[in-house]
Design a protein around this ligand. Structure first.
Ligand SMILES: *Cc1c(COP(=O)(O)O)cnc(C)c1O
Length: 229
């Protein structure tokens, strides 16, 4: 079942990319494993999934070591509490998608500097205006990027957002468009370490819209694995 799901999503990625005049190979699909069993995760990995995303630290801590050697990259996509930093970094996240405050960035930088490590991150932007969502407000994103760019252990590689939770496709599209336009228009002078190459947006229900709007990382959970426990 998981193999078929993956095949079907890949076809949809290809056709959404073609529709937008884009190369499907430029799009990374993260398989989001939160609240999925290790059996299913192993099935996905054996079916050729190379990129795994977890949003819950406690789960990542248990599951990622079990599959670490079989995948290319593990991405952390959830809200990160500062007291989990010292446990998350040793899991080797290739990318942390969810940096949304200077406070969190400072704590990360402090820890990384001690370990003489650098870390690739994305800035999470709240494009939907929904209060329940984490993320920096679009109006404050430029300032946050400018400040985090000064931290020597962090490398900003792009932006992440979660589309509005609604069946109104135009509203969802607007969220993704805000992120893309921010990336295209932002001109912050004298950035040293930042390279806004990734747009992480689109989940099981809305990844095709996200691809049309320029996503190059999509985060897919239930469409691969089925409902979560
Ligand atoms: C759970 C989660 C996903 C995947 O959601 P699905 O709707 O199951 O595809 C993607 N991104 C984040 C940040 C998540 O927490």
């Amino acid at each position: 079942m998981i193999v078929e799901n993956i095949e079907s999503i890949k076809k949809k990625i290809a056709s959404a990319a073609r529709k937008a005049g884009r190369n499907p190979d430029d799009i990374i699909m993260l398989a989001v494993t939160k609240r999925q069993s290790i059996d299913k995760i192993e099935e996905a990995v054996n079916s050729g999934i190379d990129y795994i995303g977890e949003n819950q630290f406690q789960e990542a801590y248990v599951k990622i070591p079990l599959i670490r050697d079989k995948i290319k990259e593990f991405h952390f996509i959830g809200h990160l509490q500062t007291n989990k930093i010292s446990k998350l970094i040793p899991l080797g996240p290739a990318l942390i998608h969810s940096v949304d405050s200077y406070h969190l960035a400072l704590k990360l930088d402090e820890y990384l500097e001690k370990k003489e490590l650098t870390q690739n991150i994305l800035i999470q932007v709240n494009t939907s205006g929904e209060k329940s969502k984490f993320g920096v407000e679009p109006d404050d994103a430029e300032d946050l990027i400018r400040k985090i760019d000064k931290l020597e252990s962090l490398r900003i590689k792009g932006l992440m957002t979660i589309g509005m939770l609604t069946n109104d496709w135009e509203k969802i599209r607007t969220c993704f468009r805000i992120l893309r336009q921010f990336k295209e228009n932002v001109k912050i002078p004298a950035l040293e370490r930042t390279d806004l190459k990734y747009l992480s947006m689109g989940m099981s229900n809305d990844f095709e819209i996200a691809i049309e709007e320029g996503a190059n990382i999509i985060r897919i959970g239930t469409a691969i694995f089925g409902e979560r426990y």
